[in-house]
Design a protein around this ligand. Structure first.
Ligand code: GDD
Ligand code: MN
Length: 391
């Protein structure tokens, strides 16, 4: 048993790079207390893969320092099975990050994942591989298509699995709705679809992260029957269900096209606050009682400065951090000001119209005018201020 077969664990963010070796398939086997299962699995997989991709595959066991020394059993297997590699993670835990860590050291054009406990029948790999060879970007083993199913799951487990899927369809329909078994932990995916994607999964559901952040065009499913576990026990606890919901919500916000708009609106709201406070301090009869328009212009300029600073640091951060110089920032501020001043003119006209023509309360009139102008400002700033500061 040579420790040098123990691969070092990658650290840092969970992004996948392009491959340089001529390995076709890298299959990750995440393990936690699977010492009684992996020998049989590795034997079955190598027999199978020697047929479909002789000498061009690798198996990578990613073990989270199992108390039953799964990683040690795995290391002993590397003597007999050269395509087998082992990562022993210490201090990092979790099924989905284990899979990604494995993909980060993998060399294959096609990346895959299979459970270590033989509940995912190894022979299904043949059908998954066939789909990839037809051109699929992602081939998923599904329990919910023809030829699929589960062994004798309890009603509760069936209910929880279907419930989780339904919740996913409500929160993230465009992702969860793409497959019949989004909970599947058994699939193959083209590496090129994941290059440059910063995967940040939570808990068990690696597939929804791949579907949500990967560039998956052609998706295929093959049926399989989820087997009864023979040795050891499932590590699924309540925490996995909480992680799943957290994962869905986080993916929802990061995929939502309007998440940038949401941030812009939140910043705009802080600007409304600034605008209102200074409009009161400057124009209210009980304070300085300055003329309404002059007060409005000063209050708005202060709000514009507030909004620019927040938008540059948060809403458009991904764009502004590529243009960090002071000159670029000043250029963005000038553009932002011009766009917002145009918006301010519209705002003042609307304010006067609602206040003087429709006799609305001055603050309600101001609020409606600002709402109109927020849409105008977002769209124009996205097109001008943060898009084309190319110097
Ligand atoms: N490295 C690592 N770290 N592996 C883990 C961890 C962990 O924290 N937790 C579980 N695993 C490994 C197990 O050793 C096993 O190989 C695999 O992940 C699945 O764990 P189980 O605990 O057996 O999950 P399950 O059988 O209830 O559900 C599996 O199948 C479902 C249907 O495909 C999981 O893959 C689910 O994600 C999947 O939905
Ligand atoms: Mn299992």
């Amino acid at each position: 048993m040579t420790l040098d077969n123990l691969m070092s664990t990658p650290t840092g963010n969970l992004s996948i790079d392009s491959s340089t070796d001529n390995i076709l398939l890298s299959l990750i086997i995440p393990t936690y207390n699977e010492s009684k299962n992996i020998t049989i699995l590795v034997e079955k997989l190598t027999t199978l893969l020697e047929k479909i991709t002789p000498q061009e595959y690798e198996l990578i066991i990613v073990d989270d320092d199992s108390p039953d020394f799964t990683w040690k059993v795995a290391l002993e297997l590397t003597e007999k099975y050269p395509p087998l590699k082992v990562i022993r993670r210490i201090g990092e835990k979790g099924l989905s990050t284990a899979v990604i860590r494995g993909w980060q050291v993998a060399k294959g054009e096609i990346l895959g994942v299979i459970d270590a406990d033989l509940q995912h029948p190894p022979e299904t790999l043949l059908n998954l591989w066939a789909e990839i060879n037809k051109g699929a970007d992602l081939a998923v083993a599904s329990r919910n298509v023809e030829g699929g199913g589960v062994s004798d799951w309890s009603i509760l487990r069936r209910f929880l699995s279907r419930g989780a899927q339904t919740l996913g369809l409500i929160i993230l329909p465009e992702v969860i709705g793409r497959v019949s078994d989004p909970m599947s932990g058994y699939f193959l995916v083209r590496r090129e679809c994941l290059i440059g994607c910063n995967l940040s999964p939570l808990g068990y559901k690696i597939l929804i992260e791949v579907l949500g952040r990967g560039k998956i065009r052609w998706l295929s499913e093959v049926g399989y029957v989820f087997q009864e576990r023979q040795e050891g026990e499932s590590k699924v606890t309540k925490k996995q269900y909480v992680d799943y919901i957290h994962h869905l919500i986080r993916l929802r916000f990061s995929l939502w096209p309007i998440s940038r708009f949401l941030r812009f609106a939140i910043v705009g709201f802080s600007g409304v606050f600034i605008d209102m406070i200074f409009l009161f301090l400057l124009s209210d009869p009980s304070t300085l009682a300055l003329p309404l328009t002059r007060s409005k212009i000063i209050a708005s300029e202060l709000a514009i400065i507030n909004n620019f600073l927040w938008n540059d640091a948060w809403t458009f951060r991904d764009i502004s951090k590529k243009q960090p110089s002071k000159r670029q920032k000043i250029k963005r501020f000038i553009k932002f000001n011009i766009v917002c001043l145009a918006g301010l003119i519209i705002n003042v006209l609307l304010l006067n119209f609602f206040f003087n023509m429709l006799s609305l309360n001055r603050y309600l009139a101001n609020f409606i005018a600002i709402a109109f102008v927020t849409l105008w400002n977002f769209w124009l700033n996205l097109k001008l201020s943060w898009r084309s500061t190319e110097i």
